[in-house]
Design a protein around this ligand. Structure first.
Ligand code: IPM
Ligand code: MN
Length: 484
């Protein structure tokens, strides 16, 4: 049956990435129909409502909403930018994304990230953010009522006085958390994750932290194969940056999840790559995590990848799993080739040019296998010997169809080998390590977190192949030739 998709390009770069990525639907030829609607800042300024009535009617008859991005400004500016006849009428701007989440009862915000290219160990980390309660519940007021003042008993509040103070509420409910945690474990199992971590702040927010933890444990009980963790959100932020590969699914209340998902996007290489899905009981909606980026708007420079990956999430949700996979692969291949990428990925392609490269890759996928060569040897670094092995290995790999993208030379210290290998891991399917001392095996094992007593030339680690080649050129080529 044909699925109805409503496209709401919205503001700023949202319009640009939508326009660039929309041709993918026609190219895929799926049973989908597209409608377009209005949303965002312009609607607010002209009509006093960022989501006009007509748009709500369109949403109601759609199977999914694809959103570009929306501009939100502070309270005073929102009032000032209204057309004159609407000013002073007490209209309040409520972020359309919050309104969309509410109407859809979209209780979970799925924000997957992972290493596509670039230095660092591969990782796959999904932030599942609660979307309907927590600190976003809307009770954020100026002026502290007497009853609350007594409860708070805070010296700063006494000094400022109740009118020069604000308060905000973090509401957590059994209903809200249970459905979130159930979804998290269901999602982990369905997507092959072996761990789910709850990021909260139970060392300070002790009552709500314990409440969350208890409900989390209860939800985990039916998933014995999944390892669980409960960590403070600040500690999660730190480890997301230093060792993202140690996480899988991370679940958090609304505000913590908001912050962690931006962070995860940064760890992935920027918000230009991060998609999201808002899923609940009503019409689900899908949007790139990046906002409307006013500073970038109108320049044609925004990275369209997050929009393509968002479309992939949407198609997956609608049951078009193979199409979703092929879009992801096309984005990955385009980024890995690195020829037609936007500024944030080190290139100078426009939004449209990168989108066309992704569409071309999707039309005729060409297999792409990447190799790195790592030459280990202090004598090489110091110029006391010449690397004869690497060029021979490079020729062989290239002949074997590999794109040799990186050649590093490093010293024999454990840390140097560890750093160089980690750099190679994020950007290759095969790593050929040449030369080196006896300590090399130990350093490789420590970096990969495996026992040091592995033997042989070939090492399979996750989806990578690593070769530890003999020190002379002939022997190295012979070993690799044999192995390839
Ligand atoms: C996001 C955004 C929104 C949020 C804003 C625009 C209301 O930052 O989708 O993460 O905080 O949820
Ligand atoms: Mn955010």
């Amino acid at each position: 049956m044909t699925k109805r998709i409503l496209v709401l390009p919205g503001d700023g770069i949202g319009q640009e990435v939508c326009a660039a990525a929309i041709p993918v639907f026609e190219q895929l030829g799926l049973p989908l129909s597209l409608d377009f609607g209005e949303i965002g800042w312009e609607c607010w300024c002209r009509g006093g409502d960022p989501v006009p009535e007509r748009t709500w009617r369109q949403i109601a008859v759609s199977d999914a909403v694809l959103l570009g991005a929306i501009t939100s400004k502070g309270k005073n500016q929102a009032e000032a930018e209204l057309v004159p006849e609407l000013r002073g009428k007490g209209l309040t701007y409520t972020s359309p994304v919050i309104q969309l989440r509410k109407q859809a009862d979209a209780y979970v915000n799925v924000r997957p990230t992972g290493r596509i290219a670039g230095p660092g160990k591969p990782f796959r980390m999904v932030v599942l953010r609660e979307n309907t309660e927590g600190l976003y519940v809307g009770l954020d007021r100026r002026g502290v009522p007497e009853a609350l003042r007594t409860l708070l008993n805070n010296p700063n509040l006494e000094k400022s006085g109740p009118d020069d103070a604000t308060y905000s509420v973090r509401l957590l409910t059994r209903w809200g958390l249970t459905r979130l945690f159930d979804y998290a474990f269901f999602y982990a199992r369905a997507n092959g994750f072996d761990r789910v971590t709850l990021a909260d702040k139970a060392n300070v927010l002790r009552e709500s932290g314990q409440f969350s933890a208890d409900l989390f444990h209860a939800a985990a009980a039916t998933y014995p194969e999944i390892t669980i963790g409960i960590e403070n959100v600040d500690a999660v932020a730190l480890r997301m940056v230093t060792r993202p590969e140690t996480y899988g699914v991370i679940v958090a209340e609304n505000m913590f999840g908001d912050i962690l998902s931006d962070l995860a996007g940064g760890v992935m290489g920027g918000l230009g790559l991060a998609p999201s899905a808002n899923i609940g009981t009503g019409t689900p909606y899908f949007e790139p995590v990046h906002g409307s980026a006013p500073a970038l708007a109108g320049k044609g420079r925004a990275n369209p990848s997050a929009m393509f990956l968002t479309i992939a999430l949407m198609l997956e949700h609608l049951g078009f799993v193979a199409a979703a996979r092929s879009i992801r692969e096309a984005v990955r291949a385009t980024i890995v080739r690195g020829r037609t990428v936007t500024y944030d990925l080190g290139g100078d392609a426009s939004t449209g040019a990168m989108a066309e490269a992704i569409l071309a890759e999707l039309k005729s996928p060409t297999p792409l296998r990447r190799a790195c060569i790592l030459s280990v040897g202090t004598a090489l670094l110091e110029g006391r010997s010449v690397d004869a092995v690497a060029p021979a290995v490079a020729r062989l790999l290239s002949k074997g169809g590999y794109l040799v993208g990186l050649h590093l030379t490093c010293g024999e210290q454990k840390a140097a080998i560890g750093n160089a290998l980690t750099t190679c891991l994020g950007q290759s399917d095969l790593i050929a390590i040449t030369g080196g001392s006896d300590a090399l095996r130990g350093a490789v094992a420590a970096t990969l977190g495996i026992p040091a007593d592995f033997s042989g030339t070939r090492l399979d680690w996750r989806d990578k192949v690593i070769y530890l080649l003999p020190e002379t050129s002939d022997a190295a080529v012979a070993a690799l030739e044999h192995a390839l």
